[in-house]
Design a protein around this ligand. Sequence first.
Ligand code: AHQ
Length: 259
Amino acid sequence: MQETLEILDSAPAANGKPRDPWTRDEFVAALEALRARYHQLHPFHVRMNAGQLSPEELRRWVANRFYYQRMIPRKDAAILANCPEEEVRREWIKRVLDHDGTPGDPDDPGGIEKWLRLGEAIGVPRAELLDERHVLPAVRFAVNAYLEFCRTRPWIEAVASSLTELFGPDAIRERIPALEAGYPWIDPAGFAYFRARLHQAPRDAEYALNLVVERCRMRAAQETAVSALAFKCDVLWVQLDAIERGDTRPVMPNPPTWR
Ligand code: AHQ
């Protein structure tokens, strides 16, 4: 049985009748319009791509983005847990392995390991990424909110929130050469994570888009999917607001860590 996202139409048309669903093209255009809110346009990423970040700013970005990256397979596992359809889970589980790595395959250490190597290339030791000492409050709250969203909302809404990946590949195609040119002190091998995303993200985005279009048929469900994507754009944007500003909390000699 294929699930569709059917929710009561919250705002019927002026004539009191349910509003007509969007066509596929109208629905996709409504999702694509959120490219205007994608974090590639954030001033911090603009400065990154212009080669204007200091080593300290880059290290802050790597350490905080690691908290997001580490959470990705957990949010995908939450989607798997909420999805009753074997065929969808067979496809979706690839995302978990993309990040956690494939057991017994030394050639595929997974995205989390590749991000740890990115940290080492930029000068952030593994231990400092793993113990989360550099994670800023707003980054933690935004990333935790994304995980909670995927744990608690209908699985197809969580799928819709992943559609920022429609915009990801263009951003990464711009980012890789910009990082190589702007920061020659970084070993380019450290960018392996992003090169892998160039084929993973388009695959993921195409599957997720077709699933959302297929399952969100009613107008209210379509608008809920657009709202889920808008939420995710804010999850990404607010992290860069915090990373750009840095840690404004008073320094503590031995700050308590989060459990
Ligand atoms: O490296 C990224 C990644 O693995 C994912 C998974 C996906 C999701 O399911 O929400 N989103 C995402 C993203 C990754 N990298 C970001 C970047 O700019 O490097 C972009 C981000 C996204 O577009 O959501």
